[in-house]
Design a binder for this molecule. Structure first.
Ligand code: ZN
Ligand code: ZN
Length: 163
């Protein structure tokens, strides 16, 4: 498990799948605040990530989006969107960087990481379960007088396909 500090917004806490239209408007105004243009290529990258299912690598996004988004523009979009706080990188045990929409967009969730095939899936847990996770995180951080702001729980193992 790793404890990371991230900005956690109040919106979209109900789950990772949100209608692309309202999501697009919010991201557009978020980018406008940072004087970043929401180009069609960037919209396509966000749209591909908004489909859910877990973090995706540049290669996976490329196979989804080419030829509409050329590879060079895909990499540039990933950098720009990451710098602007719209997407966040996820580093897997296999050394592959995958990207997902930031939690202020998707809502809080955790990850299941397959050690065989490297697949990373999102998992939502009930508010009751989440409260138990938060208590445990608070307790652990309290051991070293660390103040937790947020957390990411990663469960490593074997996915149903690799069993
Ligand atoms: Zn697997
Ligand atoms: Zn949690």
């Amino acid at each position: 498990m790793r404890i990371v500090i991230t900005f956690l917004g109040p919106r979209y806490r109900e789950g990772p799948f949100v209608p692309i239209s309202s999501l697009d408007r919010d991201i557009e105004s978020h980018l406008a605040d940072k004087s970043v243009r929401y180009t069609s290529g960037r919209r396509l990258v966000v749209g591909a990530l908004a489909k859910g299912g877990g973090p995706r690598s540049a290669a996976e996004l490329h196979s989804d989006l080419h030829p509409r988004v050329p590879l060079s523009s895909l990499y540039r979009s990933l950098t720009v969107l990451q710098d602007a706080g719209v997407i966040v990188p996820h580093f897997s045990a296999h050394g592959i960087t995958r990207y997902e929409l930031a939690e202020w967009i998707t809502g809080h969730h955790h990850h299941l990481v397959c050690l065989e095939c490297g697949a990373v899936e999102d998992i939502d847990i009930s508010p009751g379960m989440e409260a138990r996770v938060r208590n445990l995180v608070d307790e652990m951080a309290g051991l070293v007088s660390f103040t937790p702001v947020s957390h990411t729980l990663e469960i490593e193992g074997r996915c149903s396909r690799c069993k």
